[in-house]
Design a protein around this ligand. Structure first.
Ligand SMILES: [Mg+2]
Length: 276
């Protein structure tokens, strides 16, 4: 069970990382801020909550756990985390999506700490399943975590990878679904409905948990559970645009840039949360 001061520290870290993402998007005048904000608490739980094993000084450390952000359009969130952890100079964040910088709009393995090129949706889970199978064949300890979007689950390749992972009993693989109930076009249940998502994942042979994806307490206690003999899926119920009042659950913030007034409001709201 996580301590209250750890939870507060994680919440403040999330707010400061959301601020970093805001400034990246403001400078680049592009970026998928809504989806970055729905998944950033999950990233913070993984990287700052003692879940993942990693070494920013040695990103290729053979014993590390692997994290793949399959919903690559939310790369700004992962870049902010990796810069904060020291994988690369934080000054790179000011060159996000700019000529001369190392950070494009999506994760790319030339960036230290990135395990897979993603952005073309539906591939992260297949890549992660391959890594998990390789680790199992090698007798390696490292675990693999893959974060996919719920809109991304409309890609058939996600469901192919679910079958593959269950067939090979990849107990070292954890899938996290950022269940913000929105995709680029609409609300997910208005496009291609996914519910009952947890039951569908269980029917594919996975252990399934459902959590509040903004509750560090719930996220950490789920991540801490011992793996069974099957792969694990975590349906993380989230809010797209979480953290900035006017962005939450509003479709246009999938890929919009705040104007001057909106930036000021977002900065004020997030700054208050860094001190809460
Ligand atoms: Mg979504």
């Amino acid at each position: 069970m996580a301590e209250l001061n750890q939870i507060n520290m994680l919440a403040q870290k999330s707010a400061s990382l959301r601020l970093a993402v805001l400034e990246m998007v403001a400078v680049a005048k592009k970026g998928h801020i809504g989806g970055a904000y729905s998944c950033i608490d999950i990233l913070v739980a993984l990287y700052y909550g003692g879940v993942l094993r990693f070494d920013p000084v040695n990103p290729s450390w053979p014993l590390r756990d692997r994290f793949i952000l399959s919903k690559g359009h939310s790369g700004a969130a992962l870049f902010a985390v990796l810069a904060d952890l020291g994988y690369f100079d934080s000054a790179e964040l000011t060159r996000y999506c700019c000529n001369g910088g190392i950070l494009g709009g999506h994760p790319d393995r030339k960036v230290p700490g990135i395990e897979a090129d993603t952005g073309s949706l539906g591939h992260g889970l297949g890549i992660g399943a391959g890594m998990a199978l390789a680790a199992k064949m090698d007798g390696a300890e490292g675990r693999v975590f893959v974060l996919v979007g719920d809109g991304e689950c409309n890609e058939g390749s996600v469901w192919e990878a679910l079958v593959f992972a269950a067939r090979h009993r990849l107990s070292n693989l954890t899938l996290i679904i950022d269940r913000n109930r929105q995709c680029v076009l609409d609300f997910t249940e208005e496009c291609a409905p996914l519910d009952p998502l947890a039951e569908r994942l269980a029917a594919f042979g996975w252990d399934v948990a459902e959590v509040d994806g903004h509750s560090f307490q719930e996220l950490l206690s789920t991540f801490e559970q011992k793996p069974s003999t099957r792969p694990r899926a975590i349906v993380a119920n989230t809010i797209k645009g979480k953290g900035v009042s006017y962005m939450e659950k509003v479709l246009k913030w999938h890929h919009s840039v705040p104007n001057v007034e909106e930036l000021a409001i977002a900065r004020a709201e997030l700054t208050a949360k860094t001190q809460a």
